[in-house]
Design a protein around this ligand. Sequence first.
Ligand code: FAD
Length: 446
Amino acid sequence: MNYLIIGNGAAGVTAAETIRQHDPRGAITILTAEPSLMYSRPGLAYVISGEIPPQQVIARTQQWYGDLRLELVHGRAQSLDVHNRLVMLADGRVLPYHKLLIATGARAVPAPYPGGDLDGVVYLDTLDGTKELLKKARRGKRGVVIGGGITALEMVEGLAQRGVDTHYFLRRDRLWSQVFNEAESRLLAEKMHHHGVHIHPNTEATEILGNWRHKVRAVRLQNGDEFKCNLFGVAIGVKPQLELVKNTPIQTDRAILVNEQMQSNIPDVYAAGDCAQVYDRWSGQYLLDVLWPSAIAEGRTAGLNMVGQTAPYVKGIPFNACLLFGLHITIIGQISPDPKAQDDFAEIQHLSRGASEVWYTFPRSYQSAWAKSGPHTLRLALSGGNGNGRTLVGALIIGEQTLADPLRALIENQVDATPLLPYLQSDRETLAREIKNLSLSVIRNP
Ligand SMILES: Cc1cc2nc3c(=O)[nH]c(=O)nc-3n(C[C@H](O)[C@H](O)[C@H](O)COP(=O)(O)OP(=O)(O)OC[C@H]3O[C@@H](n4cnc5c(N)ncnc54)[C@H](O)[C@@H]3O)c2cc1C
């Protein structure tokens, strides 16, 4: 059997590993458009903040590929012939396959105005892109960052840590507006100010301006003013990489549509990771999850099905833990700012890196609890009571993280949260105790 995997990221590599566990003899080829071995994309945020050097994000060694007899081919797939089972590369090579996995991921959406090609426009997307960003982010520079999600915030933090005079342009007045409510936004804003970041609410750029050397020198604002800067960071979302499946019979919507075996509509063609759109049992829709754990789980399921097992992918609740400006933040399940913020939803054109569309679906009912205790907050989303009790559908935890696992267990298992209701307005310790007690019942009776 000849397995071909396009993509050397979390999904592709996990699929290869899974295939090898079950098929010791098959030929497995991994194709990548990048020069490096597999690396951790979430780790790039720690590279720009200076916490780790770039080589530390490499997640697999050359020996690992060798030990598993995985052939790593560097080259860009340009087109597919699903009838003859061939993948054509940009350099003219042709790779045949019996079973194909498309795990091409997603890429940063480019700057949406003139000047996007100027030297000094940077992205936090790939390892090479991040190295480029590091070269350009030198002390004494003035940087502007745009984008409303986690990657923009990570870029802002990284630039500020590197001594860049960092200005964050917000289209609205709230940070991470698709996730945070006002109080949470204020909490983070205080930390950002403390790190010397300048936040510009209700500010939009319309053009990036260059000098005679084709380098960024300023941005034009909506009111016509020029704002001087020599670095322009773009993190306005990501787009699944679908160029390869254009002009093929492979069915797509916003990404490649797959069934629960991660199979596309074409026999022996699978997709997994950021480029796949999977069924979400929580919302009953096919959604995008551009999350690392989802890519791994989907890659594993694809691998199992490619070796002939029937393994359904059951999409778990989305989970993301991050550290921004010293604040630990965990998002579990379905969470959105508050009903007044519904306008924000019209603005979701692209998903932010490390995000799930599930976050942005509205919980049927909403309840905040244990708000504010220094930098520690907890927000819970509960389903509306419909005679079947109420379940927790999401949680946003900032600061103290001991409730992250108990809440994940309650949300994942759709536990009846009625026993928690009397404690929602209690003090932090009491509510925490009740959440832990309730979660123990899940752990004891899974
Ligand atoms: C800065 C940053 C921070 C993040 N933070 C988080 C986080 O906190 N939490 C979280 O859960 N997720 C986070 N993510 C998202 C997470 O990294 C992705 O969801 C995950 O890496 C997706 O894996 P993948 O295998 O689908 O795709 P990718 O890792 O993007 O891999 C795609 C692979 O396909 C290859 N490829 C693409 N097109 C072609 C082609 N035509 N020919 C050949 N090869 C091709 C690429 O070279 C690459 O090897 C972050 C991502 C970034 C960039």
